[in-house]
Design a protein around this ligand. Structure first.
Ligand code: SF4
Length: 257
């Protein structure tokens, strides 16, 4: 039996929040899971204080659009590695203005950290894991410290490492992690963008299907996975933001969706 703790300070225990989130989508038909998961995640009485982490990449506008319809004041964390495409920086501002997103936090590594560990901006060449840790993982960890949960746009089909990803999980800090699009299939995000007449990231038309830092992202060819252009030829498939997140896969829609 789960117990709420209405008089206890702070959010409910993570197991309680995870159970509440799962209950919110348990009888929801698959086409509506994304919206139902998001609505539950944005209810502070269910999930606590959450933020959306967005790269403003190829599919990002889907969740940004859904969030804007529920709560345009939701904190949105945008990691600017200072090695992004100029098109991404422009698109971020365009989308924020279009959707009326009021609460975007631009996250960057501290100057002194960059100066100490990557003074010439070349760390990516000889140690891309360390570069991602410096420019993405550590700044996001710092930014998430004040939140009880975070929302991501990851999908199962994108990589073997995501094949079993549930809609709700916990990270290694005991936060809930919400993946409303976990069950989406290839082409579904593009269809959503078309249906709602939303602007595409300008690099999509140039063959970029997953868009990260400029030095580590290339277009993909026909027949390739959409993330094949990330760290091409480097033997690296994830930036490290999501490592350690799969502590709890108690999402009962995890495999069924
Ligand atoms: S994606 Fe490349 S440039 Fe960006 S943080 Fe990671 S290694 Fe560095």
């Amino acid at each position: 039996m789960l117990h709420d703790h209405p008089l206890a300070p702070g959010p409910a225990p993570v197991a309680v929040r995870l159970a509440r989130l799962n209950a919110a989508i348990r009888s929801v038909p698959e086409p509506s899971i994304a919206q139902a998961a998001l609505a539950a995640a944005l209810d502070p009485m269910i999930a606590g204080k959450v933020a959306l982490v967005s790269s403003f990449g190829a599919d990002s506008i889907v969740l940004l659009h859904m969030v804007s319809r529920i709560n345009p004041d939701l904190p949105i964390l945008f990691i600017d590695t200072e090695l992004l495409f100029a098109e991404t920086l422009h698109y971020q501002k365009q989308v924020a203005a279009l959707l009326g997103l009021q609460n975007i936090h631009v996250i960057r590594a501290p100057r002194e950290e960059l100066f100490t560990h990557d003074p010439e901006g070349l760390l990516r060449h000889f140690d891309p894991d360390a570069c991602c840790a410096l420019r993405k993982v550590a700044p996001l960890a710092q930014a998430l410290a004040g939140f009880d949960g975070w929302i991501t746009g990851r999908k199962r089909y994108q990589a073997g490492t995501r094949a079993d990803m549930p809609v709700f999980e916990t990270d290694d800090k005991g936060r809930v992690k919400i993946n409303p699009l976990a069950h989406w299939q290839p082409g579904q995000a593009a269809a959503y963008i078309d249906t709602h007449s939303l602007p595409r990231h300008p690099l999509v038309d140039k063959g970029y299907r997953s868009i990260g830092c400029a030095p580590c992202t290339t277009p993909v060819r026909a027949g390739e996975d959409e993330r094949a252009g990330r760290w091409r030829g480097r033997g690296k498939v994830e930036c490290g933001l999501h490592q350690g997140a799969e502590n709890d896969t108690s999402d009962d829609r995890g495999q069924a969706a």
